[in-house]
Design a protein around this ligand. Sequence first.
Ligand SMILES: [Zn+2]
Length: 180
Amino acid sequence: MNPARYLLLLNPRSPDWQNTGVSTGGNTLRWQDVAHALGAGNLSPLANTLGRARYCEDADCCQRLLAEVQIMVTGLAQQQRWRCRSDVPARLARLATHEILVDNSCSACHGHGVNRRQQICRTCNGDAREPMKAAQRYQYAGIDKRNWERRWQRRYDTIYRQLCDAEHQLLGHLAWQLHG
Ligand SMILES: [Zn+2]
């Protein structure tokens, strides 16, 4: 398995991760190694912050990720001229940040993104993660079902997709930097 995929499966809050490092097929990675790898090369700012929030055990980084996602969502709201209550973009940003940080490995491919024949997993479309259920999403965001389906689901998908893209870039970067 791709070592960066292996990282994804770990609970980022696991004490083992911080104290003893993580065994990935004979190599042991410490969070310092990951932090160093994140700083090397030209990772996009969003992917970099996501990596720090996930692997470096730092609450400030989670706050910073939330702030960056909020800026992204606010930009989208202005660009697409959303007509909504002023707190809705912030609530969508919180939902997206929560969803990308929560450990939701795809059960069909066990977080590999591909099946045993190395074909893209059909359940998660190669994302290696399972999206939250629609009901979980709109409840978390505090939006009612009707409004969610009519208006917000589609907009949220755009936000979520950007975070999945950042994650994809992050994992590719770590795989290259740590084991390239
Ligand atoms: Zn899958």
